[in-house]
Design a protein around this ligand. Structure first.
Ligand SMILES: [Zn+2]
Length: 354
């Protein structure tokens, strides 16, 4: 069971003694563009979490200082053993082996050795990193909607779109740790610009940001009275949430906008199913909250099926993520916890190297 509070806003202190005396305790951290979740875990349970504001403009050293402070505070509860390692989910692209983040547009990090910096602040304990989409996927595969599937594709649809691929139970990292960038698959040639610098990426036509941007364009063209009213009431800015609300209220322009975004997702997923032949595709992230998923999933499934052979259609499950905000923490935990899929993979790699 997940021992995080709901909502996670104020975090949860470890229970007295934590039930973990004598066991190994790990730090788990999920760094996002606006918030950071730092937690304490055993190999099979998240014991406590603390939520921090990212404050990216203060720079990476400040962020790592505060993460180290939060972990030290959580691990300082009575009856807990010393932290033995930390698993860290961070935006990529990154080099897992070196523990270096190459760059992150949202956090303004450039070639930042985050693993070494955090380790130094925590007395030299091991710190392992992976990118946030891979961690969310590994979390869902280990403890969430992807449990029991050896062949899995995971999309995290929020502000942007993250992705990850698991084949034969192994998370695919590729030659440069850059595999699984599903959000940057080319979906609309010469389409709208993407935050990555390219154009027509899936993220540019179907992410939360894209839905908000397309909604704002509807307002400019005066095509959605319902969205205009909601935006006025909310202070003027158009977010994806408002587009979903206007569509739920029956606004045809917003419904068409969401159908189109779902169609792009369905086409991308259909292509992925053709390439990878997974048992399931898991869709997580803020855009896929239960209310929105009810709106999007039928259209995604219909478009996906148009790209599949008859024999594939009933053989791939389309599932909503189960872990929400804690998917990244579970993914961070599997980087360091013995008994996790990643630990088994590390052991296998070591054995095959002889
Ligand atoms: Zn892109």
């Amino acid at each position: 069971m997940i021992a995080v509070s709901s909502p996670l806003a104020s975090g949860t202190p470890p229970a007295e003694g934590g039930g973990s005396a004598g066991r190994t305790v790990f730090g788990v951290v999920d760094v996002g563009g606006t918030k950071i979740l730092a937690g304490l875990a055993t190999a099979s349970e998240i014991l406590a979490t603390q939520r921090l504001s990212t404050q990216a403009l203060r720079g990476p050293d400040d962020i790592v200082d505060r993460i180290a402070g939060a972990l030290t505070q959580l691990a300082g509860a009575p009856g807990l053993p010393r932290l033995s390692a930390v698993g860290l989910s961070v935006p990529g692209p990154l080099d897992r082996r070196l523990g270096v983040v190459h760059f992150t547009p949202n956090l303004l990090w450039e070639h930042y050795p985050v693993a070494a910096e955090l380790s130094r602040r925590l007395g030299g304990i091991p710190v392992r990193i992976d990118d946030d989409a891979n961690c969310a996927a590994a979390g869902e595969a280990w403890q969430g909607a992807g449990r029991g599937f050896a062949h899995l594709v995971v999309l995290t649809i929020g502000t942007g779109i993250g992705g990850a691929v698991i084949i034969d139970g192994v998370l695919v990292h590729g030659h440069q740790d850059l595999a699984g960038e599903i959000g940057h698959m080319a979906i609309v040639p010469d389409g709208p610009p993407c935050a990555c610098g390219h154009s027509g990426c899936l993220e540019a036509v179907a992410s939360g940001n894209a839905i908000g941007r397309l909604g704002a364009a509807l307002l400019t063209q005066n095509e959605s009275p319902a969205l205009s009213r909601l935006a006025r009431e909310g202070g003027g800015e158009v977010h994806a949430d408002l587009v979903f609300r206007a569509a739920a209220a029956g606004d045809p322009a917003c419904q068409a906008l969401l159908d189109k975004a779902a169609g792009h997702l369905g086409a991308a997923i259909g292509s992925l199913v053709q390439v990878l032949n997974p048992q399931a595709v898991v869709l997580g992230g803020g855009v896929m909250c239960p209310e929105n998923a009810g709106r999007l999933l039928p259209a995604i499934r219909a478009q996906m099926n148009r790209h599949l052979f008859e024999i594939q259609r009933g053989a791939v499950q389309l599932l909503r993520g189960e872990l929400g905000d804690s998917a990244g923490l579970w993914g961070a935990l599997q980087l360091v916890a013995p008994g996790s899929p990643a630990a088994a993979q590390r052991a296998g790699n070591a054995a095959s190297r002889g």
